[in-house]
Design a protein around this ligand. Sequence first.
Ligand code: HEM
Length: 177
Amino acid sequence: MSKNIPARYHPLQVSFHWLTVILVFAAFVLGKYMSGLPNEGGKIVPLGAHMVLGIVTLVVIIARFITRLRLPKPAHVTAGNAFFDWVGKAVHYALYAFVFLMTVSGMSLSMQSGLVPIVFGGSGASLPADFFDFTSRMLHGFIAPALLLLVLLHVGAALYHQFMLKDNLLARMWYGK
Ligand code: HEM
């Protein structure tokens, strides 16, 4: 590799990547779990945990995008096919966009439904009867499976590189010299 183009991502980018994986996974599982709960007092704690996870994800994804623009990064790999290479780039940008939209739609929902004082302010008011009365709930619910699909494509591509093309792509997203 040339002196200016590293063989792997910067350790900060690696940390942001795996932190994003953990946060999005946890927010997703918790979101799915709590959407099945009745809107009663017992839902306040899982809602609060989900909201905190989501907001931390937003901070991490913004920090990650900014550092991605500034830090040196390895060249794009090729799968030996121009179309796949284009899809690979597009999916990476789409992943940032969809995680961002997921967090923003979640925050709009919490504003529209007045959740912050109930969940974090201990206002004692009741939760809204149905989150689906708010447009942002539909958006949040539509973006979630789209993000899941993108993640599956992304993971599938990584495994294809690692085990079929055997180019050890995963090492680029881990620590080392
Ligand atoms: C990457 C970040 C996030 C992910 C992956 C995520 C994921 C999810 C998922 C999968 C659901 C259930 C969707 C469904 O079954 O239709 C959900 C519901 C919800 N999320 Fe998020 N979310 C994120 C961020 C946020 C944020 C930042 C907030 C608020 C500050 C938020 C508030 C909510 C609320 C209020 C619900 C509705 C629960 C219900 O219908 O009972 N989410 N989320």
